[in-house]
Design a protein around this ligand. Structure first.
Ligand code: KG4
Ligand code: ZN
Length: 349
């Protein structure tokens, strides 16, 4: 492997609206180039798949070139190409998988099609070093919200819970819209909440005793979103001003309360003492604070990568690729498909 012990891996991520190309050697991050089409989706209030796929196509080559320049390598130096094979938007994934195959063939290097969710967990190794043998991961973004039990990041990841409707970030984005805040709404709600108080008792999804029997570690945010919209509408109907900061703080608390309570319960249930949080919503200040506080009470360590590594990026794909190569796993077939609903149990396709 290029005469060194640790694999040099280039990772490509295109599952949503970020074109990411990352380069890592072992657990060391050498480059993390990201081009986002988020501005092109803003006026629609959500990611438009066709727009995202076209943007990936335009950004792919310049982003690969930028990553190689930053890392100070030539593409032919890499030991392997890793790419997000799923889950994600079908058309968007196809662009990344196609580009990775072209590189693998052109450079005569092995290709590893990896799972986007597992990559969100693996990326923390670039920030905080090797993961403990077992950890519990809470992944919260605009596209996914899940609790994963990671027994071995290169081959054994089990989903213990997931949202049954909206993703956590989606709820932030929809509530922001109701409050007249820009897209993506998460950071704006986070900021607005800092000036508000938790004065409204919004519902905690799937937290009643009956719901917990069937959905102990699952999430639901659509009822909460509706409750906020109704509350705001009632205020407007009464001709009263909407206390945006208080609504933001109360909504944020309802989301973070459920996320952290279920994450800590799931960790304790599996006797795990390390919680990794990833995805765009991991940037939320209240989520981080509440997770730290509740985890500490049970002797659980919390690991959250820096915000740039929490959102979708190529470094996370390269990080998982590098772990998979180091573990001696077999490369994917060159005919590997892009699978928009790839289950998390398939770390490597
Ligand atoms: O991981 P990401 O960049 O893309 C995917 O959705 O996969 O996550 C974006 C999501 C958006 O819904 C955004 O509103 C949310 O993460 N987000 C936040 C914060 N920063 C980003 N949500 C709450 N608080 C934040 N500070
Ligand atoms: Zn993601």
């Amino acid at each position: 492997m290029s005469g060194r012990s640790e694999p040099l891996v280039l990772g490509i991520e295109t599952s949503c609206d970020e074109t990411g190309v990352g380069i890592v050697r072992g657990h060391t991050l050498l480059a993390d180039a990201v081009a986002s089409s988020v501005d092109e989706h803003a006026r629609f209030g959500g990611v438009v798949p066709e727009v995202a796929a076209r943007a990936h196509l335009e950004a792919m080559v310049p982003t690969i070139e930028r990553a190689c320049v930053t890392a100070g390598i030539a593409p032919s130096d890499v030991d392997a190409i890793a790419v997000t094979a799923g889950p994600g938007l079908a058309g968007a994934l196809l662009v990344g998988v196609g580009a990775a195959k072209a590189l693998a063939i052109g450079l005569d290097k092995p290709i590893y099609g990896v799972n986007h969710l597992a990559a969100h967990v693996a990326v923390d190794q670039l920030e905080h070093g090797p993961l403990p043998e077992r950890c519990l991961a809470l992944l919260v973004s605009g596209g996914h919200s899940s609790l994963l039990r990671v027994d071995d990041i290169t081959q054994s990841v089990v989903q213990v819970g997931a949202t049954i409707d909206d993703a956590a970030g989606e709820a932030f984005d929809k509530v922001a819209r109701v409050l007249g805040l820009p897209f993506p709404g998460g950071p704006h709600i986070d900021r607005a909440a800092a000036d508000g108080s938790i004065t409204i008792d919004f519902p905690r999804g799937l937290s009643s005793r009956r719901d917990l029997e069937r959905h102990r570690f699952d999430f639901s945010f659509s009822g909460l979103k509706t409750a906020v919209a109704r509350w705001v509408q009632a205020r407007a109907d009464a001709g009263e001003p909407v206390p945006v900061a208080d609504v933001a703080a109360s909504f944020q608390e309802a989301v973070c309360d459920v996320l952290t309570r279920k994450a800590i319960d799931a960790a304790r249930d599996s006797n795990i003492d390390c919680l990794v949080i990833g995805g765009g919503v991991a940037a939320n200040s209240r989520l981080r604070a509440l997770a730290e506080e509740r985890a500490a009470a049970h002797g659980i360590q919390v690991r959250v990568p820096r915000p740039g590594l929490c959102t979708d990026n190529g470094a996370m794909v390269a990080a998982l690729g590098s772990a998979v190569v180091a573990a001696g796993r077999r490369p994917s077939d060159l005919a590997l498909p892009a699978d928009s609903s790839l289950p998390v149990s398939e770390v490597l396709v």
